[in-house]
Design a binder for this molecule. Structure first.
Ligand SMILES: [Zn+2]
Length: 300
């Protein structure tokens, strides 16, 4: 028995008609109270049909990543950090490869690429070398989906074993399971997807697609995330504030204490703003007007 299978099964309250159990992870300082992670009694359907085209395709976006991804602190989900450049690669049964494949050895630890909540976890697929059950988990095999908030999700597929269950809150870098070879897989690796989805995941239903998937290779791993959306309403809190054509650029005019502005966007410590003064509109996308955030007092 390995270190993961020594987790303790404990009873917990059930959600709706779902027969559920909670898994208390092995930990030196584990909380005594039973957590209410949904595991659906181990009866999550492992496939939707006998063919991989049973689900509507995930729409591939080859151009960019979700805007909200820039405010998330991303870390590598594998220990090797070897990511194949195969997002969107050709396939016969869908639009193309929906994620990126990361190398590693069977049993390598797979980690959450960012903080979030587990919203789907399938663990009933065999981890095999014989290419049986390649449609198990709709081809993803054993897999975990994490909701990172603001509509951004990641999926970790072909796992050998899972160490988390639905509703678990995870931190960036927290172990989700072990690298494996379950589902439609040519060999041990992590199939890693970055996606967006409008509707919540159904924890006890068959595997579900994202609405749109993006190339995980475009994420900035190990970088400090940008700040959240800038505030919306500001007043000049200094005696006066220069309005500039660009951050630190040419001064267009000067606003006095108490003048109100609307923030359009932020660039570092500078805000592009709109305001109306003396019967004239300033700012906007065509003619940005920038003010140092240090000159302003703002609210959302
Ligand atoms: Zn893949």
């Amino acid at each position: 028995m390995d270190r993961w299978t020594r987790s303790v099964l404990v009873a917990c309250s059930c959600v709706a008609s779902v027969s559920c159990i909670g898994i208390e992870p092995e930990s030196e300082d584990a909380d005594e109270t039973a957590v209410e992670w949904i595991t659906c009694g181990g009866r999550v359907p492992d496939r939707t049909a006998s063919t991989l085209s049973a689900l509507p395709f995930q729409t591939l976006d080859r151009a960019t990543v979700p805007a909200a991804a820039s405010s998330i602190a991303w870390t590598w989900p594998t220990t090797t950090n070897e990511m194949a450049n195969n997002f969107g690669a050709g396939r016969s049964y869908n639009e193309g490869h929906e994620g990126a494949d990361l190398g590693g050895r069977r049993g390598d630890v797979i980690r959450a690429a960012a903080a979030g909540r587990v919203v789907y976890a399938l663990s009933s697929c065999p981890d095999n070398d014989m290419r049986r059950d390649i449609t198990c988990g709709n081809g993803w095999g054993n897999h975990v989906v994490i909701d990172h908030g603001r509509g951004v999700f990641t999926r970790y597929a072909h796992l050998q074993w899972l160490t988390v269950a639905v509703d678990a809150t995870v931190t960036a870098g927290q172990t989700l399971g072990m690298l494996g070879h379950s589902g439609l897989s040519d060999g041990p690796h992590l199939h890693f997807e970055l996606g967006t989805r409008a509707r919540p995941f159904a924890a006890c239903a068959a595997p579900q697609n994202f609405d749109r998937v993006y190339n995980p290779a475009r994420l900035r791993y190990g970088a400090v995330p940008t700040t959240q959306a800038p505030p919306r309403w500001c007043r000049v809190s200094a005696d006066e504030a220069n309005v500039r054509a660009t951050p630190n650029g040419t001064i267009l005019r000067t606003l006095t204490h108490g003048a109100s502005v609307t923030v359009v966007r932020a660039q570092g410590t500078w805000y592009s703003v709109r305001f109306r003064i003396d019967g004239r509109d300033w700012g906007g996308d065509a003619s940005p007007a920038w003010i140092s955030a240090q000159m302003l007092s703002c609210t959302q």
